[in-house]
Ligand binder design. Structure first.
Ligand code: HAM
Length: 435
């Protein structure tokens, strides 16, 4: 039988490697939670219609969606992003606004796998519904910025732009299209054929042919209506007031079609330029209505988990690895003590593990060492007969016998202030390997 392996564009994060992943999620949860965002969980697959509304001219929907007809005859899709699902949930459940949600989960896009680009990847993100106040844009952009700072990631560039709204975008779009049509023959092959479908996307094209032509193109930031211009001014003023460094990047066009007004991206200077977006987002004031809900302004972002961890690795900082075990029970007197002590100490809040299968004392001590625990709690036939446990410091030292009833208290005293000491990092997870 051929060896079973994970599919191309996916990876495993093994237990020994998952500490930074876990730390990152909890940092995100606490950053979002501290600002009044609450966790939302939505299905990983939805009716395909939920996603076709996010942009039928985008690669994400046209080329990369994992959609299929299920055994019940429903046309469904694995989610390529979470925003559309959150909007669907908002419309379905009609919560009171302002409504602020955060999420973490996997997404699926049939892309060509390469470093930092996967077919199943993970995002953390926030979405806020019900306010068109530019200060909410500032809150959202700043939360992402602060999240990277809390992780200790250095070298994040914040790029912001405004894409205007239904009042000013159509006229700008026409102006851009006229400009590009006059140069159509010189655009890259893809955009020569698709310029009319979505001229804005040409601005974002990384190919030299397009870049040469778009250098002097009209820009949306110079063609905003008064209210969009005032909105953008308040956003940039807010970022400046909060000392969040940003750069207006007038060519920034995001890969999804639902954005209005503010759009932004966190670019990692340490990552290769085609995959350097650590995260991004913006306003999507028209999406709720486009998906059948009441007119509701909204803004949010999503951050790529794998890319953020790659950035962490590249900048030499790494989130704190998970706390080591407090104790490992070595029981070669039948196993009753291991069964009872692990339960008792875990219920008291300590991190404790043990060996199974009645292994030899030598094998159990080896397992205790490998576990990284601070103490071994040893119960041999002598200790069992005397109702005692011998506490052994695994970094060297004597065994201290204590009465079974005094174990918890003695252990707590011995753990003292150093109990949160961490294990050295040992992480080379799958998302870190080039496919
Ligand atoms: P997005 O720019 O498509 O936006 O994705 C956000 C982030 O997800 C990217 O910046 C990148 O870090 C990560 N990402 C995307 N595709 C892949 C991939 N194939 N492999 C690894 N990482 C990837 C959205 O998804 C919007 N829903 C963001 C948003 C939320 N806008 C408003 N609210």
């Amino acid at each position: 039988m051929p060896e079973l392996r994970n599919p191309p564009g996916t990876f495993d994060v093994l237990p020994s490697e998952s500490g930074p992943w876990q730390e990152m999620l909890s940092t995100f949860a606490s950053t979002a939670g501290a600002a009044g965002y609450e966790l939302i969980v939505t299905p990983t697959f939805e009716d395909v219609g939920v996603f076709t509304r996010i942009g039928e001219s985008t690669d994400v929907v046209r080329k990369e969606m994992y959609d299929f007809v299920d055994k019940g005859g429903r046309h469904v899709a694995l989610r390529p992003e979470v925003t559309a699902s959150v909007v669907r949930a908002f419309i379905q459940h009609r919560p009171v606004t302002p409504w602020k949600a955060w999420y973490a989960g996997s997404n699926f896009r049939f892309e060509r796998p390469q470093a930092g680009r996967f077919r199943e990847f993970h995002q953390v993100g926030i979405e806020a519904f019900g306010s068109s106040d530019p200060d909410l844009d500032v809150e959202v952009v700043t939360l992402g910025w602060d999240f990277f700072a809390r992780l200790g990631i250095k070298g994040v560039d914040l790029l912001v732009n405004s894409l205007g709204d239904a009042a000013c975008r159509p006229a700008y779009r026409q102006k851009l299209l006229d400009y590009l049509m006059a140069r159509r023959g010189d655009l890259c092959e893809e955009h020569r054929g698709r310029v009319e479908e979505n001229p804005l996307r040409v601005l974002d094209c990384k190919r030299e042919a397009c870049r040469a032509q778009t250098a002097g193109a009209p820009l949306q930031v110079d063609n905003l209506c008064d209210s969009c211009a005032a909105h953008f001014e308040r956003v940039t003023a807010g970022l400046s007031a909060l000392s969040v460094p940003y750069r207006v990047e007038a060519h920034l066009v995001r890969g999804l079609d639902y954005y209005t007004r503010t759009t932004f991206e966190y670019a990692g200077t340490m990552l290769e330029s085609s995959q350097n977006a650590l995260g991004g987002g913006g306003r999507y004031d028209g999406l709720v209505q486009a998906m059948g809900g009441p007119p509701t302004p909204a803004v949010g972002f999503a951050i790529g988990v794998e890319r953020t961890l790659l950035a962490l690795g590249a900048t030499g900082t790494s989130p704190r690895p998970p706390a080591r075990l407090h104790a490992f029970v070595v029981d070669f007197a039948g196993g009753d003590a291991a069964r009872d002590i692990t339960r008792e100490l875990r219920q008291a809040g300590l991190r404790v593990d043990r060996a199974f299968d009645d292994r030899s004392p030598k094998a159990q001590f080896k397992a205790a060492d490998r576990s990284g625990a601070r103490f071994a709690l040893v119960v041999g036939p002598d200790e069992a007969a005397a109702s005692q446990v011998a506490i052994k410091d695994l970094s060297g030292g004597e065994q201290h016998p204590v009465g079974r009833g005094d174990l918890l208290e003695t252990l707590r005293a011995m753990l003292g202030a150093g109990s949160e000491a961490s294990l050295p990092g040992r992480s080379h997870p799958g998302y870190n390997r080039t496919p």
